[in-house]
Design a protein around this ligand. Structure first.
Ligand code: TYD
Length: 132
């Protein structure tokens, strides 16, 4: 069994998509181990997206993740990190396949509905960062 971290982004929380996102994970057999609603602060989000700090969209990205509460959680299952990334879909919703969360509900970057850890190291770091 493997654990991974996700959050539903503030724009998607405002659009009422929390239930749909969690339903898709549960429907694939992933188990919710932790779940919380939280307003993230700027420093935490800047740390979370530090790999993108030199990108032109960094300030807008941080702004959109801090402009309302996220719904964040930990999921557990066989190959959970890869399975969740596959359910979530490609980063750019315009390129994400139909049937993926981003392909079905994403609009235009940076609004792509959900974050999910992209590997074992980031999953471990993110679970610690957001749930302690
Ligand atoms: P990244 O970590 O590359 O992708 P992912 O979320 O699929 O792991 O990017 C983090 C977030 O940054 C992404 O979810 C949305 C935003 N972003 C943009 O706004 N514009 C871009 O061109 C990219 C690559 C990402």
């Amino acid at each position: 069994m493997e654990q991974t971290f996700f959050f539903v982004k503030p724009e998607a929380v405002r659009r009422g998509l929390v239930g749909i996102v969690i339903q898709r994970f549960e429907a694939r057999g992933l188990k919710l181990k932790k779940l919380a609603v939280k307003q993230l602060d700027k420093a935490t989000v800047e740390e979370h997206y530090a790999h993108l700090k030199d990108k032109p969209f960094f300030a807008e990205l941080v702004e959109t993740i801090t402009d309302g509460p996220v719904v964040m959680g930990v999921l557990e299952g066989v190959d959970a990190i890869k399975v969740v990334r596959n359910i979530v879909g490609a980063t750019n919703p315009l390129e994400a396949a139909p049937g993926t969360i981003r392909g079905d509900y994403g609009t235009v970057l940076p609004h792509n509905v959900v974050h999910a850890s992209d590997g074992p190291e980031t999953a471990e770091i993110e679970i610690k960062r957001f749930f302690g």
